[in-house]
Design a binder for this molecule. Structure first.
Ligand SMILES: C[S@@+](CC[C@H](N)C(=O)[O-])C[C@H]1O[C@@H](n2cnc3c(N)ncnc32)[C@H](O)[C@@H]1O
Length: 298
């Protein structure tokens, strides 16, 4: 796109986003999600939340300053590696262990914009018991767990080096965080029998449709009625997009909100019809394109 045209396109997108946002209140849109949606459009929030973000971003910069120093990370496997049946018993194989630089690890964490979005979601929803699958260095966990209503953040990470890193990052902004160093399924075996009802679930790792549906189904019985469930990277690959399209028809959700990068759902224990679907990609300023990591589609 020509540089001269860019500001006009950006301006037009903002107008569409604002008009979409104005259409939500009074139209059955969940009240607790409105401030986070509004933030995506204005990119402004209150001083308290901005200060927390400044603290987390300073820590991200510090991690990035270690530059090319290497750390292990579990990369999402190519779709299909987990087989083709979704049952609670199926254990999808995790991805390859790869070496990322500290700079890449710092960038892998959710951005300030999406971090604040989730902070506002957790805050407005008054989420007390939070579970995250996919800690990495603890950036998203810091944003969600620093909500003033958080009483317990549990986060699961398969890489020992990343779990150790997160154990030093999270306490800077989160009180009482627990980092579990295990594969998702192994950690869930241990915590699901004893965990209190979950108010906020964030699934951000093992980005394969079948794995995403599997982890959601495993945690589902432990969700509190009205809990928020956030699925990350729903447009990362066609496979993940197919997964989101299935989740967005799941009767156990009352609302399925498509923000393009993340999908946000509201859980209900009893449900017989599909959720109300919201296409909010315009609000997020995200197009309808779907990623094609490593040419996996071919
Ligand atoms: C996208 S990163 C998480 C980023 C983090 N939520 C943030 O925004 O700051 C995904 C993480 O999940 C971990 N992971 C992927 N598959 C896993 C599995 N099956 N069990 C445990 N950890 C896994 C990876 O090692 C990686 O650190």
């Amino acid at each position: 796109m020509l540089n001269a045209v860019r500001p006009f396109v950006r301006g037009a997108r903002k107008l569409v986003a604002k008009s979409k946002l104005r259409s939500l209140p009074g139209n059955g849109f969940p009240q607790s999600v409105l401030p986070a949606a509004a933030y995506l459009v204005s990119e402004k929030t209150d001083e308290r939340a901005e200060k927390i973000a400044d603290r987390i971003e300073a820590e991200r910069d510090r991690l990035a300053s270690f530059g090319s120093q290497k750390v292990d990370i579990l990369y999402s496997p190519k779709p299909g590696s987990a087989g083709s049946t979704v049952t609670a018993d199926l254990r999808p194989s995790h991805g390859e262990v790869m070496q990322f630089s500290m700079e890449q690890v710092a960038r892998t964490g959710k951005t300030r914009r999406w971090g604040l979005f989730m902070h506002l979601l957790a805050r407005e929803h008054r989420s007390a018991n939070i579970l995250e699958l996919g800690t990495c260095a603890g950036i998203s966990g810091s944003y969600i767990g620093s909500s003033p209503h958080c009483q317990q953040l549990r986060t699961i990470e398969g890489s020992p080096a990343l779990a150790e890193l997160a154990r030093s990052v999270l306490p800077l902004t989160v009180s009482n965080p627990t980092v579990i160093n295990a594969l998702f399924d192994e950690a869930l075996d241990d915590i699901l029998p004893v965990i209190e009802p979950i108010d906020f679930l964030f699934i951000d790792g093992h980005h394969e449709k079948i794995a995403t549906l599997h982890y959601w189904q495993r945690v589902r019985p432990k969700l509190r009625d009205g809990a928020i469930v956030v699925f990350d990277d729903i447009s990362w690959s066609q496979d993940m997009r197919d997964g989101w399209n299935e989740l967005a028809r799941e009767p156990h959700f009352s609302h399925a909100m498509d923000f393009g990068i993340v999908g946000v759902c509201i859980y209900r224990t009893a449900g017989t019809k599909p959720p109300r679907q919201w296409d909010l990609r315009a609000i997020a300023g995200v197009g309808k394109g779907v990623g094609n990591p490593h040419g996996w589609r071919n």
